[in-house]
Design a binder for this molecule. Structure first.
Ligand SMILES: Cc1ncc(COP(=O)(O)O)c(C=O)c1O
Length: 397
């Protein structure tokens, strides 16, 4: 492991009020499980962030504040230098208390109650709650799948839009849980269909920094000429393990969208993040690049390790990990769908996200699990051992 990460490794977070480690009993009914679920990391945030937070704590005053210019600069510089994204402008930036909370606000501010919102499934399940919770209508288009590789069936995508007439498309890019980093061509095709059919796009790009070797992130907004550019969320929270800080970035390219969103927020009395959030996010974007490079290497190694360990089992399909640190695995030809839960909990003593959570309807669910690979190698070695032992002892193999 790279030195930077060795210093940051947290192989055991039990007793730190971590949801991933300390809510096993509530969620899975037992505590003796290796936590491989909730999407945060078993690594400390980069040292530069911890130092900046300590400095802020020592300074000692936590009164009213003004968002520092450095916060905006750090975002724009990071996007330009890390991804070559030059489309963003400073006055488009808003902050929300996390992406999910921001989505609730944005959907209420920008969409009409009768609007349908399109999702490509399987997908990050809080999207279902956002759409239903705001009283909008979900429209689903399943991704196409072959040997664990997921793509958008463009004919089906357009047909769904023509028939069900959603006004909005909530794009997940990179796509959680299937690990795809959409290519420029794929994004261009999706956006063209949306433009042709008058569908506006909300792009959740929270995983955009988490790219495996050879993958590049193209921001949907950079592919849209003129008015109506995708409204886009991203953050430092997934990238630098700051999810508990609850600060994410919303890019609103259109003036009319900004006005609607700002009016909505003002009517709620204003939102925003806390002073320490701005300190952490700025420090991460300014100084976290090297840490992230080391992290991505570690995650990619973790992916190869699991893939290799599961390769002797023909009934198991591991989807290629192009982006995110969340590995999508289909146990379908090894473990019957209704036994996946007991297989993972009882036979493997591991707590994954269950595939069923990512589908809107029960009947569509396969026998998938999603494993969180953002952990030190020893944790992932233990995960691999437990999965392999479980599969060896599984009936019918
Ligand atoms: C696609 C996607 N959006 C949003 C989130 C959560 O964002 P936040 O914690 O900022 O609400 C996640 C977390 O896993 C995610 O995968």
């Amino acid at each position: 492991m790279d030195n930077i990460l060795e210093e940051a490794a947290l192989p055991d977070r039990a007793g730190t009020d971590s949801l991933k480690w300390d809510a096993l009993k509530e969620t899975f009914g037992r505590e003796d499980l290796l936590p491989l679920w909730v999407a945060d990391m078993d690594f400390k945030t980069p040292l530069c962030v911890r130092k900046a937070l300590k400095r802020a704590a020592d300074q000692g005053a936590f009164g009213y504040y003004k968002i520092p210019d450095r916060f905006y600069d750090s975002i724009l510089t990071w996007e330009r230098e890390r991804h070559g994204t030059t489309v963003w402008q400073r006055d488009w930036i808003r902050t929300t208390n996390g992406v999910v909370s921001g989505l609730y606000h944005l959907v209420q501010a920008l969409t009409e109650p009768a609007d349908g919102i399109l999702l490509l499934t399987p997908v990050y399940y809080p999207f279902f709650n956002v759409i239903k919770g705001t009283g909008r209508t979900p429209v689903y288009c399943p991704l196409a799948e072959e040997s664990g590789v997921y793509t958008v069936d463009m004919d089906r995508f357009e047909q769904t839009i023509r028939e069900e007439k959603p006004r909005w498309f909530l794009l997940c890019s990179p796509h959680n849980p299937v690990g795809r980093v959409w290519t420029k061509d794929e994004l261009t095709s999706m956006l063209e269909v949306c433009r042709r059919n008058g569908v506006r796009v909300i792009a959740d790009e929270i995983h955009h920094d988490l790219l495996m070797p050879g993958r590049i992130h193209v921001s949907a907004a950079s592919l849209w000429e003129g008015e109506g550019k995708p409204v886009t969320f991203f953050s430092a929270s997934k990238t630098f393990n700051l999810a508990g800080m609850k600060c994410s970035i919303l890019m609103l390219p259109d003036e009319a969208d900004r006005k609607r969103f700002d009016d909505f927020e003002a009517a709620l009395g204003g939102g925003g993040c806390s002073t320490l959030d701005y300190v952490a996010v700025t420090a991460a974007f300014e100084g976290g690049g090297e840490w992230l490079d080391a992290l991505l290497q570690e995650i990619y190694g973790n992916y190869l390790l699991i893939k290799e360990a599961l390769s002797p089992f023909p009934g198991v399909t591991v989807s290629p990990l192009e982006g995110t640190y969340l590995l999508w695995i289909d146990l379908g030809r090894a473990i019957p769908r209704e036994k996946v839960r007991s297989f993972m909990l009882d036979a493997c003593r591991a707590a994954p996200d269950f595939g069923a959570w990512f589908y809107p309807k029960d009947g569509e669910t396969g026998a998938h699990i999603r494993l969180n690979l953002a952990a030190p190698r020893q944790t992932i070695e233990t995960a691999a051992e437990r999965l392999v032992n479980g599969l060896r002892n599984a009936p019918g193999l």
